[in-house]
Design a protein around this ligand. Structure first.
Ligand SMILES: O=C(O)CCCC[C@@H]1SC[C@@H]2NC(=O)N[C@@H]21
Length: 191
């Protein structure tokens, strides 16, 4: 079933706002060069609740708002210069995360779907984000001394337990929501 344009615009705005809140739950907590945020959770919920296409659109709206100057990225950053921020790859990855989670949960709402969706979300987030961060800190941003590809992944290793927990909680929220409100993701094809 297709969502109305008005509903889609409202939901994209809502999830862009939730991403801004998630980006700044702890603006001063930074490990290595990477801030602690809840953006991954809202990107997963966007894909799971709005579906792959609208979820990805919501994340694109978020990215566009930030690039246009709204202080919606982590540590209340925003503006066109964010394109060069070492953590911009993570922001880009949220589009892929929402799309992938949506795609999986439109097809499978069982333990296999939740596990695959969660793993895909983490893999896309970490691979796109960490590689972008490595390239940024190697070529144009100021890197701490001794910075290397291994150090970049070392920073992310610290995040992994937190993000595994965040991903698991997001999947539990989605599972409960689907049970309570089966119409939640309009692109879901029930078999
Ligand atoms: O600059 C931004 O707005 C993006 C920040 C990205 C933070 C990443 S997302 C995955 C990992 N988990 C966290 O809590 N922080 C990093």
């Amino acid at each position: 079933m297709k969502m109305s344009k008005t509903k889609e615009i409202v939901l994209c705005g809502l999830f862009a706002a939730l991403m801004a809140v998630g980006a700044n739950i702890s603006p001063f907590l930074v490990i290595g060069g990477v801030p602690v945020t809840l953006q991954l959770m809202f990107a997963i919920l966007a894909g799971g609740m709005l579906g792959s296409r609208t979820g990805a659109k919501a994340m694109t709206v978020y990215l566009a708002l930030g690039l246009a100057g709204a202080p919606v990225f982590a540590q209340f950053k925003g503006g066109p210069s964010s394109l060069l921020s070492p953590t911009f790859g993570f922001v880009l990855s949220f589009i892929a995360v929402a799309f992938a989670v949506g795609m999986v949960l439109e097809r499978k709402r069982n333990i296999f779907g939740y596990t695959t969706g969660g793993i895909l979300a983490l893999v896309l987030n970490y691979i796109i984000g960490t590689n972008f961060m490595y390239v940024a800190l190697s070529f144009w941003a100021e890197a701490p001394s001794g910075f290397s590809y291994t150090v970049a992944w070392g920073w992310m290793a610290v995040y992994l337990p937190l993000d595994l927990g965040v991903t698991a909680v997001s999947m539990v929220i989605l599972q409960r929501l689907y049970k309570a409100v089966p119409s939640v993701n309009p692109q879901y094809v029930s078999k």
